[in-house]
Design a binder for this molecule. Structure first.
Ligand code: ADP
Ligand code: MG
Length: 355
């Protein structure tokens, strides 16, 4: 866990620097932008969460907004935690612990989240499946071991993966809205919401800020970026899409301009371990139960941060053609795919800073 966190910190620092370069140095032609305000939290989702204001708020207003964001992130962090239970609430760890045992009474917020996760499963044809916890745990344990002790790095066996994959049926997640309960009917099924939790919580925080009347704010929750409004000039924020190839000498594959939208990347270059000289990353293709082999990264730009997060994982687990068909069916979704060979493909609606 400690190793993961320090990796996340590094990644996030790069993202912030990359994301906000243009804000730090606006071009001479643009109107004077207010001074940027920023506050970071380190205790949620095992990553760094940063609230940025470009609105020129008073310190009191800014910190009150930060407190509101922090409160909601903390709430979702606790509800979606699969590793620890928290005093006074039933969370996903409680639900997992009661698989095959009994329905668990949970907060309405968790019910809504799980209903959303089921919608995402249907929308992505199962590519983003929170019911894959048993398979993901095998990879998670191997990754932790491989990072901590590279000499003894190992891969989950095909037979263990095949066995675990028998317990990933989303229909075994039974939600009783009237009773306010959640039940995993398969005793060996486990939920893992790493693919959508951060983005969903980010969007709930953004909703709250919008309700508080903010504009010109950016949330960066472990690299899940959500822009609310635009800069004083009316322009968006220039955000670099990280080059997965660290040896290329080029930090970003391209730069996109975001305003009133989310930008989320799933990539193979941040969380991985090495066995026999081969890198094994953390996004698992449900069709093979192996790390998805299509791309090095997929970035999704769409308004809703929950959808952006869910789609970045899903598109990472399917071919370009399948992904294009999926997003065309949804609408309002722009994508940057970076192939294993460095090839970059973009949808037409991506806004470039110069555009
Ligand atoms: P990150 O969280 O690193 O930004 P993702 O949003 O793509 O990246 O989520 C990856 C996490 O989601 C993994 O660590 C794992 O917990 C979980 N996961 C991996 N593959 C899948 C999948 N196909 N469906 C659902 N969850 C997945
Ligand atoms: Mg995701």
């Amino acid at each position: 866990m400690r190793v993961l966190r320090s990796v996340s910190l590094l990644v996030c620092a790069c993202l912030i620097a990359g994301a906000l370069l243009s804000c730090a140095s606006p071009s001479g032609k643009e109107p004077q932008e207010p001074k940027t305000q920023a506050k970071s939290y380190y205790e949620y989702f095992d990553t760094v969460s940063t609230v940025l204001s470009y609105a020129g708020d008073s310190a009191d207003t800014f910190y009150a907004n930060c407190d509101a964001v922090s409160e909601i992130l903390q709430e979702y962090h606790r509800l979606l935690d699969i590793y620890y239970e928290h005093t006074g609430i039933n969370n996903l760890k409680t639900v997992n612990r009661n698989a095959g045992v009994a329905p668990v009474k949970v907060d309405r917020k968790l019910i809504d989240f799980l209903l959303y996760a089921k919608e995402i499963y249907a929308l992505t044809n199962g590519a983003t499946n929170i019911a894959m916890g048993s398979v993901l745990k095998l990879w998670h344990d191997a990754r932790e071991k491989g990072i901590d002790d590279p000499q003894h790095a190992y891969l989950p066996s095909d037979s263990d993966l095949a066995e675990a994959a028998k317990h990933t049926d989303i229909n075994s997640l039974v939600i009783d809205e009237a009773a306010g309960t959640v039940f995993l009917t398969d005793p060996l099924m486990r939920l893992d919401v790493g693919a959508i939790g951060k983005g969903y919580a980010t969007e709930r925080a953004a909703e709250l800020l919008i309700a508080r009347g903010v504009s010109a704010y950016v949330l960066n929750i472990g690299g899940n970026i959500r822009a609310i409004g635009a800069k004083t000039s009316g322009r968006g924020w220039s955000t670099g899409i990280t080059n997965p190839d660290k040896t290329a000498g080029k930090e970003f594959v391209c730069t996109v301009e975001i305003k009133d939208t989310s930008l989320v990347t799933s990539g193979d270059y941040e969380r991985y371990f090495v066995v026999g000289g081969v890198r094994y990353h953390h996004i698992i293709d449900p069709k093979t139960n192996q790390p998805a082999a299509y791309f090095s990264s997929v970035s999704v730009q769409t308004k809703d941060g929950g959808l952006a997060d869910a789609l970045s994982t899903a598109l990472f687990c399917m071919s370009y053609e399948e992904g294009l068909a999926l997003i065309n069916g949804i609408g309002g979704v722009e994508v940057v795919w970076v192939g294993k060979d460095g090839t970059v493909k973009l949808t037409n609606g991506i806004t470039r800073p110069e555009g």
